[in-house]
Design a protein around this ligand. Structure first.
Ligand SMILES: [Fe+2]
Length: 202
């Protein structure tokens, strides 16, 4: 069965008050994410090796294979964006107690976590993603990946939270000010409830 664009878990105007306008979400979800899904389905249709595989299996199968780079880019971006929509909320920014305790334990403070996350997003040269992950040693860590890659592919850990730092994610709202987009995202948009649930299930 072909891959499909998932519906947003909120309306395209739901995050406008928190700093992500309706046009950003319409383009990002309806055009950019849709384009990744369409391209991925085109590759699967033409390549029997990809058929019958889950999205996660295609990401793992195509990772670090130069001849499958376009497949990896689009499969990775499909996976990343499915997560990204879930990682935002109109009531975002509130950190549940158990997650807060764990962030303080592993980063020293919530502010130190946010600084590290922001630094990862700002430090990702060009397009990519910043992530909060639960590493194999049980510790929370911040990491970043270029373009369509992700911690699922690199094997760095289980993703709790991911933010898109491609310009299409913030240019209408923040122009070139990626640091401001990231600070706003962490304070007002990030769905820490999702991260807490993912941590509990890790
Ligand atoms: Fe994106």
């Amino acid at each position: 069965m072909a891959f499909e664009l998932p519906a947003l878990p909120y309306s395209t105007s739901a995050l406008a008050g928190a700093g992500m306008c309706q046009e950003t979400l319409e383009l990002h979800h309806g055009k950019h994410h849709q384009a990744y899904v369409t391209a991925l389905n085109g590759f699967v249709e033409k390549n029997a090796d990809l058929q019958g595989k889950t999205l996660e299996e295609i990401v793992a199968f195509s990772y670090n294979k130069p001849d499958l780079a376009p497949v990896f880019n689009n499969a990775g971006q499909h996976w990343n964006h499915i997560l990204f929509w879930e990682n935002m909320s109109p009531t975002g920014g509130k950190i549940p107690g158990a997650l807060e305790t764990k962030l303080i334990e592993d980063f020293g403070s919530v502010a130190a976590f946010k600084d590290a996350f922001k630094a990862a997003g700002v430090g990702q040269f060009g397009s990519g993603w910043a992530w909060l992950i639960a590493a194999a040693d049980g510790k929370l860590k911040v990491t970043k990946t270029p373009n369509g890659s992700n911690p699922l592919a690199t094997g760095e850990g289980k993703v709790l939270l991911g933010v898109d730092v491609w310009e299409h994610s913030y240019y209408l709202d923040f122009r070139n000010r990626r640091p401001d987009y990231l600070v706003n995202w962490l304070d007002k948009i990030a769905n820490y409830e999702y991260a807490a649930e993912a941590l509990a299930a890790a």
